[in-house]
Design a protein around this ligand. Structure first.
Ligand SMILES: [Zn+2]
Length: 395
């Protein structure tokens, strides 16, 4: 190709960028490739307008200095780690890897075989065999769970994925938990769940609630959490198939104006939860879970070993929910869970949000990290006996 040809070719590309010429039956048809314009009404939505012509990478990028500046502080990271370890301990407690039932062969679950019954896998891996510690053998849903913590550090509730129980693909932990929080905050209104929004009931916003979830949220859960005004979502593992939807929603959602107790304008809160990968708060299991998932996908795609095999079925689906049944995943959750018991706090006296001066009413006081840890351990003790894949609330 001569230099002039190159130039011409470049000119051609430049002048035809945004349009493709298709030749069909001797006819030229120009097909517009340009982006749609932002129509009337939509062009008044500030975040949408701002990002409309920007690259996707910019839309996905989260600026933590805006709504989660406290993440820069090691004291605050320590606080998040407490609830993250509690979440992993809850998942371990109610672990059930029998995604395709207890009978058959799961090559990646050799250590979950029932020693008392050959070719049968244990469901609930509850290690204490007594009448107070129920074993739940049926696979109710995936090993994915979520914990809600209020603005002062009190644990409100947790829930698990219940897809199998409801024969549904939408019974995810976060959306189930958010729906339940609205019911609960009407009963237990001592929880600090959010500021007052004019002409709306107390529980209109959960903008002081942090959720901890084991898997990056999908579009449904990100949507439900956005509608609920959840403050932030800390997740223990990426979901590569969730296409960063939580980040996109966080950036595109309009902010909600809020008022203080006296009814004066008090700024605004983000219109969608701040998505926080647990690596940002020092959870080592985040990278291990991601790598474990990628290794599992490779094994499934290699065709070397299936996830499950029985007389009629060979399951090689590289689904993350299958990975979350394996011994490899179980071991990572076990390490995280053990940290709840062994954790030595560096910032035991830290309380967030820092309150100066402290309120007279102890119920209004944020817990210190030491109190958060004590509450997390106590909550686990309660759930271990009273709970199942979600905690019952007794009045
Ligand atoms: Zn979801």
């Amino acid at each position: 190709m001569s230099d002039s040809d190159k130039l011409n070719r470049r000119d051609f590309i430049a002048t035809t960028a945004g349009a493709t010429t298709v030749l069909a039956a001797g006819t030229s048809i120009a097909v517009a490739q340009q982006a749609d314009t932002l129509g009337p009404g939509f062009d008044q939505q500030d975040p949408l307008n701002h990002y409309w012509t920007r690259p996707l990478g910019e839309l996905v990028h989260v600026d933590y200095s805006l709504d989660a500046k406290e993440l820069e502080r090691p004291e605050s990271q320590e606080r998040h780690r407490i609830y993250s370890y509690l979440l992993m301990k809850l998942i371990l407690r109610f672990w059930n890897g029998n995604k395709n039932g207890p009978i058959g062969s799961y090559p990646q679950r050799a250590r979950q075989l029932d020693p008392a019954a050959p070719n049968r896998y244990r469901g609930d891996l509850n290690e204490r065999d007594d009448r107070s510690h129920m074993a739940w053998d049926r696979y109710l849903g995936h090993n994915i769970a979520c914990v809600a913590v209020d603005g002062l550090g009190h644990i409100i509730d947790f829930d698990f994925n219940h897809n199998a129980f409801f024969r549904s693909s939408a019974e995810h932990a976060e959306s189930r938990l958010v729906r339940r929080l609205f019911s609960l905050t009407d009963i237990f209104d001592s929880w600090k769940t959010g500021p007052h929004v004019e002409a709306r009931p107390h529980a209109a916003l959960l903008s002081e609630v942090t959720l901890y979830t084991s898997l990056e949220s999908c579009a449904q859960c990100s949507g439900v959490m956005s509608l609920a005004g959840v403050k932030q979502i800390v997740y223990m593992q990426n979901d590569f198939t969730a296409y960063k939807i939580g980040n996109i929603m966080y950036n595109l959602a309009n902010r909600t104006p809020i008022k203080d107790k006296a009814g004066n304008p008090a700024g605004s809160v983000a219109g969608a939860p701040v998505p926080i990968p647990a690596s940002k708060v020092g959870i080592a299991e985040f990278d291990r879970l991601n790598q474990g998932n990628l290794d599992f996908i490779k094994t499934m795609n290699d065709g070397s070993e299936p996830f499950f095999r029985s007389a009629n079925v060979t399951d090689r689906d590289p689904s993350i929910t299958s990975f979350l049944c394996t011994d490899a995943a179980y071991d990572i959750f076990r390490t995280g869970a053990a940290n709840l018991d062994s954790l030595q706090l560096q910032f035991g006296n830290y309380r967030f949000p820092v309150q100066d001066p402290l309120p007279d009413d102890p119920a209004e006081r944020a817990l210190t990290n030491e109190e958060c840890l004590a509450e997390a351990r106590k909550f686990f003790e309660y759930v271990d006996i009273e709970g199942y894949r979600g905690s019952p609330h007794k009045l």
